[in-house]
Structure formats: structure tokens, C-alpha cells
Design a protein around this ligand. Structure first.
Ligand code: 9MR
Length: 595
């Protein structure tokens, strides 16, 4: 006992070599928010820290709390908690021994600008329309691209030698957003990204009103956030197959590696999985210079259920804003749901080159999500029956992501006035509890305790943060809001790489994303990324990251990242990643605690 107490009391004056980097959020902190730095050090006893102002004056002192070795980052760590410092200031630093953190600020509303910039991502990436200098500035302006996108189905042998028939028609699928660094437009990823923006509107309906964002629709009397989201909803609606069409497709064959058997299916009401270039285009590539043929890929049940879900959400939101559009969405949702019930197992199993795959062999969560949106919008008992029989209502919410969307349905049930509201909230709160407990088991204090950093790992954290934020809304438990701040702290510099993953914000921000137009990292004639764009983040998924310049071959899981424009598996940007960044930044801004 006595020994322990003595050790806890001793504050070592650290030898210089003992203390490595001091990591923190380089944007800074709201006055009333929790404020933490992570110190890389093998010291076993607490170390003295101090926060100093721009003039060198010491504003607060304390001692670190040793954490020990952290598996994900491969570092030994301490934490310094300076939450007690509330007075606004700029140019502050945390010092531990001879190590000094990057500069940061304490100021009200540190996330206001980031939320707007993160939303600007979507206008920048619109297809089919010119990106205007008056809205984005000269360097990011570009001519309209893919302006008359009439596409027919890709046919013939794919890379696995399955022979795909043509669908026999062409459709106008102009518009929407490009997915990511590539110019593909994928319904499943468009689905989750649009849902996230629309959900942000449902959570904060007055936050991004008319004239709040830099979009061409400003001054039309409608929320700019809705204007932006509608651009993609219109595209998703265009991807729906007209009634009466038939096509030969593989039915109930989720295993893409096996040779496929085709049979004739009535596909009216389904959604095509994607439209994209026939071949991968070069990097860089301003989109209007793309000369590849644009091809539709076959309809899939996954895309159809995504369309049903988002169109149902659209019908509910636009009911009082644009009744005609809301009706169009409602009809599309009905038709998509009916088509998915008829064709419940048309998996996306073709494998043509030129675009990402977005295949998914488990569609139970997509069906749950679509039923939840339709129920939240219509209160029709047939959707209730689907929901009540579903395991997703019986277990903690799962981390949302493009292949795993059940939580999106839970959120919509939790935010609308239905008999399932209380139950849905409980499932989200249970998940938030689990993730905040994970947070307590990690050296960098993030709500993910694993050592597998998947493709787009930053978006997984943001999606967790979004659900944890909702748990805070319903409980007002400070630890939930603190965990959301932790995710932003991590993204903006409090990580073992010591960089911010968001362009233009935080500590030494990301500069060279994998993006065909924001390609200054490859060709200086192209622009750098605009501010507010989040990198996919660390990915320790084996061969995908081998040989990436600037990254150690033996990188610790959380450090497998490089600011490298060719490293698409870890430094790409994407609509479904920037959407939760915007959501979380806007939410933090709107729920700022009193100083
Ligand atoms: O985000 C997707 C990730 O979950 C997958 O593991 C990866 C490989 O299939 O694909 C990612 O999505 C990419 C898509 O296929 C094409 N456009 C860029 C997307 C982001 O990298």
C-alpha cells in the first residue's frame, strides 16, 4: 500500500530522452469541453506537464497519468488532462519535459467552420454540372463533366469469365456525386452518404438553412443541406429500372467466386448497382477530360433496398417542403421495396474492371433499414411486422458502414414518433456504452479497442461517434459527448502519426489524398484538396498497403498510413466518409457545453 501511494505521489522531472511526442487536437477545444493530450513516453511514473500561452506564461500545471503500452499504436503512453483550463486563448502548447505539443486554441465553436467545409465536399464532387469559381474559388473550379450520361449495361465476360447479358436499354443517369477518388457513382455508397446528410437535417433542421452553404441553389428558400442531398437523391431515383423490364441475372448466388447460373428475372423497380467508367482512368484526371465509356452495372437487391430506404426518408422530409418531390420519392420507395421483396437475393457478383465493387453477401441489414425508413415515413403495419421479427431490434446497434446499415434504421426509428422509438434508443445507447468502454481500454482514448484498422477506418470511428452523440442527446451523460470529442481529437492530430487526417484543419494536415482532381500530390498543375476533407485513414490490411511509400513496412496498426496520393487503400476520400465528418462536426458545434 505504502509503496503504491509513494509511486503515485512522485512526480518525476523527466529526463529529455524519456519523453517523445505530445499529441493533441491541433484545432483546439471549446472552453467547456474535455481537453486531453497523449504523451509518448516509456516513463513509468507520472510526469509534470504545463500549458503555456502564446507569451510563454504558464496557465496550468498538472501531472500525467501513465497508461502503459498500447497495442494499436505500438507506443507507451501517458495522458495529460487539462480540461480545467477554460479561458480562451490562441497559440497554446502543452509541455512535458523538453517536448512541446503543436499549438492549439481554446475558443468557442471550434467546429463551426469544419462542419461547413465538410459539407462543401459534396458540391465539389458533383457530377454533371460545372463547379463554379464564385462558390469554390478559382483553383477548385472546373467545367461540367459527364453531362449527358446515357449508359447501358456492361455485358460480356467479366474477370471471372461469367458471361453477362446486356439489359437491353439505356438510361439517363446524369448527376449525383462522384464516389471518391474515382468517378464511379454507386447506389449503395450514395445511399449511406445521402442518409447521413438527411439524418443531419432531421437532427438539426435549422442549422444549415438557405444561404448557409456555398451551393448554386442558395436563395431558393430551402435548406442548403437539403439542396445538396437532393442532388444525390435525384441521381438515386434515376438508377431505378422502369416497370416491365426483364433481364437474365444470377439469383441467390452470394458466392462471387463460383461460376454463375443465370435465369430471367423481372427487374422493374430495382436499382442498378452502379454507373462508372468501363476502365480505370489515369490519375490525375479532371473529370471533364474522362473519355472512357460510362457503363451501368446490373441491378442488385442491395442497391434496391438502399434506394427504398433513402427514398422513404426523402418522402418524409420533403412532405412539407416540396410535396411533389416527396410523392415521387414515396412512389420510388414503394416500387423499390416491392421489387426487393420479389427479388430478395440478387447479390452484386459481377466483377468488371473500371470501378469499385461494393458487393455484399448479407442483405438482412439492408432489408431492416429499408423497412425502418418506410415504417418511420408511412406507419404502415406491414413494415412493422418486418421490423418486429428482426434480430436487429433485439441487439445493440452495430457500427454503421456501407455494408452494414441496420443502425441507420435504428436511428430513424429512434428519431421519429413510432411505437419502436424507445426500443431503438435503447439499442443505440447500449452500443454507445460498449464503445465508450472500449475507449477506456485504448491508449489514444478512442472508442475502438481493436487492432484491425480497416479500409476507411476513420469513417468507422466517425460513424461510432454519430451514434454515441445520439446517446448523449437522449441521456445527457457527459462521457458520451467526451467520447465524440475524443474521435475528433484523434482525427485532428491526437494520433501516433502526429498528423491531422482532415485537410486544412489541425496538426500538419493531410495534403495529398487519392483523388483524381485534388491531385497536386502527383501533378502540381492540379489543386490540393480544399479544407474539410477526411482521409480514409490507417489501414493495416496486408497486401493493400505493402510498398506504400512513406509508410514503415512494420507499421503498428494505428500508424499504417501515409499522406500519399497513390495509396488508395489508406488515403482516399469518399462521400460516405465526409458525410459522418460533417454530421459529427455539426453536432459538436450545436451541442457545445457552457464554458
Ligand atoms: O470503402 C470501401 C471499402 O470498405 C472496401 O474495403 C474497398 C475495397 O472494396 O472499397 C472501398 O470503396 C472504394 C470503392 O470501391 C471505389 N471508390 C472508392 C472507394 C473508397 O476507397
Amino acid at each position: 500500500m505504502r509503496l503504491l501511494a509513494a509511486a503515485a505521489l512522485a512526480i518525476a522531472a523527466p529526463a529529455a530522452a524519456q519523453v517523445g511526442a505530445v499529441r493533441l487536437n491541433g484545432v483546439g477545444f471549446a472552453p467547456g469541453a474535455p481537453k486531453r493530450a497523449i504523451v509518448e513516453t516509456t516513463a513509468t511514473r507520472p510526469l509534470a506537464w504545463q500549458v503555456t500561452g502564446a507569451d510563454g506564461r504558464v496557465l496550468l500545471r498538472g501531472r500525467t497519468v501513465p497508461y502503459g503500452r498500447d497495442a494499436a499504436s505500438g507506443r507507451s503512453l501517458h495522458r495529460a488532462d487539462f480540461s480545467a483550463l477554460r479561458r480562451p486563448g490562441n497559440g497554446l502548447v502543452v509541455k512535458v519535459g523538453d517536448s512541446t505539443s503543436p499549438r492549439f486554441a481554446i475558443a468557442a465553436h471550434p467546429y463551426a467552420a469544419l462542419a461547413r467545409d465538410a459539407l462543401a465536399y459534396f458540391y465539389h464532387n458533383r457530377a454533371g454540372t460545372a463547379i463554379e469559381a464564385r462558390l469554390v474559388g478559382e483553383r477548385w473550379a472546373r467545367p461540367a463533366a459527364h453531362t449527358r450520361e446515357y449508359a447501358t449495361c456492361v455485358s460480356g465476360k467479366d474477370t471471372r469469365s461469367n458471361d453477362w447479358p446486356n439489359c437491353g436499354y439505356a438510361m439517363d443517369v446524369t448527376g449525383g456525386w462522384y464516389d471518391a477518388g474515382d468517378h464511379g457513382k454507386y447506389v449503395v455508397n450514395g445511399g449511406i452518404a445521402t442518409w447521413t446528410l438527411l439524418n443531419l437535417y432531421e437532427r438539426l433542421p435549422t442549422r444549415f438553412g438557405d444561404n448557409s452553404l456555398r451551393v448554386p441553389e442558395a436563395n431558393n428558400g430551402t435548406s442548403d443541406l437539403l439542396d445538396e442531398a437532393r442532388n444525390e437523391v435525384e441521381f438515386l431515383l434515376k438508377m431505378q429500372v422502369p416497370e416491365g423490364r426483364r433481364m437474365r441475372l444470377p439469383v441467390d448466388q452470394p458466392d462471387a467466386s463460383k461460376p454463375l447460373r443465370f435465369s430471367e428475372v423481372e427487374i422493374g423497380g430495382m436499382a442498378h448497382h452502379k454507373v462508372a467508367d468501363r476502365n480505370w482512368t489515369a490519375l490525375p484526371m479532371r473529370p471533364d477530360r474522362d473519355r472512357e465509356e460510362r457503363v451501368l452495372h446490373p441491378p442488385s437487391t442491395a442497391a434496391t433496398l438502399n434506394l427504398a430506404a433513402v427514398a422513404a426518408q426523402c418522402a418524409r422530409i420533403w412532405r412539407t417542403i416540396d410535396a411533389g418531390f416527396a410523392r415521387r420519392c414515396a412512389e420510388a420507395a414503394d416500387r423499390a421495396w416491392a421489387a426487393a421483396e420479389r427479388n430478395g437475393a440478387i447479390y452484386f457478383v459481377s466483377d468488371f474492371t473500371g470501378s469499385g465493387n461494393y458487393g455484399d453477401s448479407d442483405l438482412t441489414d439492408e432489408r431492416f433499414w429499408a423497412a425502418a425508413e418506410l415504417y418511420a415515413t408511412t406507419r404502415d403495419a406491414r413494415y412493422l411486422a418486418v421490423l418486429q421479427g428482426s434480430s436487429f431490434l433485439q441487439q445493440s446497434a452495430r457500427e454503421p458502414g456501407w455494408p452494414s446499415v441496420s443502425a441507420l434504421g435504428l436511428v430513424s426509428l429512434a428519431l421519429t414518433d413510432t411505437p419502436l422509438r424507445a426500443e431503438a434508443r435503447q439499442r443505440i445507447i447500449a452500443a454507445a456504452d460498449g464503445w465508450t468502454r472500449e475507449r477506456d481500454r485504448t491508449g489514444f482514448a478512442i472508442p475502438y479497442a481493436g487492432t484491425r484498422f480497416a479500409w476507411g477506418s476513420n469513417s468507422n470511428l466517425l460513424n461510432r461517434a454519430m451514434l454515441i452523440a445520439l446517446a448523449y442527446d437522449w441521456t445527457r451523460e457527459p462521457r458520451y459527448r467526451a467520447a465524440v470529442v475524443d474521435v475528433m481529437d484523434y482525427l485532428l492530430g491526437r494520433n501516433p502519426v502526429g498528423r491531422s487526417y482532415v485537410s486544412g484543419y489541425g496538426t500538419d494536415p493531410m495534403r495529398a489524398p487519392h483523388h483524381r482532381f485534388w491531385a497536386a500530390g502527383i501533378d502540381p498543375a492540379y489543386p490540393p484538396p480544399p479544407p474539410g476533407v477526411v482521409s480514409g485513414g490507417p489501414n493495416n490490411g496486408g497486401s493493400r498497403t505493402d510498398g506504400v511509400e512513406g509508410m514503415a513496412a512494420d507499421c503498428a496498426p494505428m500508424a499504417c498510413w501515409s499522406d500519399n496520393a497513390r495509396a488508395f487503400a489508406l488515403n482516399e476520400v469518399a462521400i460516405n466518409w465526409n458525410a459522418p465528418l460533417a454530421w459529427v462536426a455539426a453536432w459538436l458545434d450545436a451541442t457545445e457545453p457552457a464554458a
